[in-house]
Design a protein around this ligand. Structure first.
Ligand code: CAO
Length: 463
């Protein structure tokens, strides 16, 4: 069946000039495919096919003046593919919105102009793509870098806006853009007069994906290149334990997420050491061992109670702080298989003997790989003691989601000025690393000062 496609209502425009013809005799066209573009003195309008089939005759030529009802072309229609009724869902999806495009100029850059503000105020008839000459805005270049590289160059910096309806694109391209969630304002059209073609969408998508990959590579942590060390000498390669690998992951996570600050303090533990040594025989009788660690644990529990922020955790994406009403403290244990952190529960409620016993028990379990997952969970704060090993100080990494960790180094006798003379005092080096998103220097300083005072005089622990 031969059907003549006619010019629909084009907003009352008379004698609109045919400026583009997209089809030729013999072409097989689809419903919604753009056939021609006509231009009135106010707008450019695409006229899409309302019927599918083969074009048997072109009724228009470039430069012709058309009005509503004029014939555009004749189609040998495929009955099954005739245009859906106006109220069909697909038809409803066809763009009825005005598409504002360029003043007569072939470059996309010229899409931005200072043309008069007289674009059609209402959407034209269904099936008609109006491409207004009235362009009043540069495309927003601030919203995405991709946009900046893919859109027209703004002529002025004026705060102007442009909607997707203002873009020069056919119904099929608009449909495709909708399906892929592409903002047509971001796409540069390579067709005549800046018209956006299907290939432009493809190129845009390709570029977008590539830019994202580049952005990810740029903002991510650059990988350390693998080196073939055997080029330089003999090597032995062994597989790392799962524990070591997990520790590496946890350390990286904390290091990369937490803005770390480490604060140092020297606690005078001369009296504590004198007391501890005096208690050693008793400890042995009890089958226990008294190191400085249980005292430090207990002092930390007291200091944490006074400075609860140091045992809090961030929540709700940083909008909330969780204050824990319990005091389970983790203790880093060095084992042949790697580092583990068993958690000693309710340190605030336990005495020094019990804590000493639990430290030994947990350390033994850790080394024998007998810790249960529950015994490594729930800590509010961690202590990492290298005192038995040596060193003057170190900067421990916060055991996230905790916000602070205390490092203990080897206590040494140091000369301390008492105002009149230097006295030999046993100083325990403390290093407190904290999450600076939560803990400020003042918080940390006050905590360390209090902790130091507690260790200097352990009688304070019972106050
Ligand atoms: N200064 C001086 N001497 C110290 C000390 C300190 N800060 N801390 C412990 N010591 C002494 C102890 O008193 C003990 O000596 P005596 O037997 O003469 O009393 C000796 O050092 C060994 O103590 P220890 O290390 O066996 O026991 P602890 O209670 O101090 O620590 C534990 C227990 C489990 C924390 C420890 O064995 C351990 O594994 N430490 C390593 C933690 C670690 O690896 N941290 C780093 C984590 S980040 O990589």
């Amino acid at each position: 069946m031969s059907i003549t496609v006619i010019v629909p209502d084009i907003g009352g425009a008379e004698g609109a000039e045919v400026v583009e013809i997209f089809v030729a005799v013999g072409d097989v066209i689809e419903v919604e495919q753009s056939l021609i573009v006509v231009e009135s003195d106010k707008a450019s309008m695409e006229i899409p096919a309302t019927v599918a089939g083969k074009v048997t005759e072109l009724k228009v030529a470039l430069g012709d003046a058309l009005s509503e009802g004029d014939a555009v072309l004749v189609v040998e229609a495929d009955a099954a593919a005739e245009a859906p009724a106006q109220d069909d869902a697909e038809s409803a999806e066809t763009p009825v919105e005005p598409a504002v495009a360029t003043e007569a100029d072939n470059s996309a850059v010229s899409e931005v102009g200072d043309a008069p503000q007289d674009a059609p105020s209402s959407a034209p008839e269904a099936g008609l793509n109006v491409v207004s000459e009235t362009v009043d805005s540069p495309i927003d270049q601030t919203s995405s870098p991709d946009k900046a590289s893919n859109t027209s160059t703004p002529v002025s910096g004026a705060a102007e806006t442009k909607s997707e309806a203002d873009v020069y694109a056919g119904p099929a391209v608009r449909k495709l853009a909708r399906e892929f969630g592409i903002d047509l304002l971001s796409v540069v059209g390579s067709g005549r007069r800046g018209r956006i073609l299907k290939e432009d969408l493809q190129a845009f998508t390709r570029k977008n994906l590539q830019s994202r990959a580049e952005a990810a590579a740029g903002t991510g942590v650059p990988a350390v290149p693998e080196v073939d060390f055997s080029k330089f000498g003999e090597v032995i390669t062994e597989e790392r334990s799962r524990l070591d690998q997990m520790t590496a992951t946890n350390m990286s996570r904390s290091w990369l997420n937490v803005p770390h600050v480490t604060q140092f303090e020297g606690a005078d533990i001369t009296d504590l050491e004198a007391f501890r040594k005096s208690m050693k025989p008793e400890a042995e009788k009890l089958g226990n061992k008294l190191t400085p660690m249980p005292f430090v644990l207990k002092a930390c529990a007291v200091a944490l109670a006074a400075h609860p922020k140091l045992k809090s955790s961030l929540a709700a994406g940083g909008k909330e702080l969780v204050y824990k009403q319990y005091c389970h403290i983790g203790m880093a244990v060095d084992t042949p298989a790697g580092l583990v952190v068993p958690v000693i529960r309710d340190v605030d409620k336990k005495g020094i003997w019990q804590l000493a016993e639990e430290i030994r028990d947990m350390a033994a379990r850790a080394r024998e790989k007998k810790l249960t997952p529950a015994q490594m969970q729930g800590g509010v704060f961690t202590i990492s003691s290298l005192g038995g090993i040596g060193g003057e100080g170190f900067t421990p990494i916060v055991n996230t989601p905790e916000v602070a960790i205390l490092g203990l180094s080897r206590a040494e006798i140091k000369p301390v000025w008492d105002g009149e003379s230097f006295l030999p005092r046993q100083i325990l080096p403390l290093s407190l690393s904290y999450d600076h998103r939560v803990v400020n220097g003042g918080d940390a300083g006050r905590f360390l000062t209090d902790l130091s005072a507690l260790l200097a005089d352990v009688r304070r622990i019972i106050l």
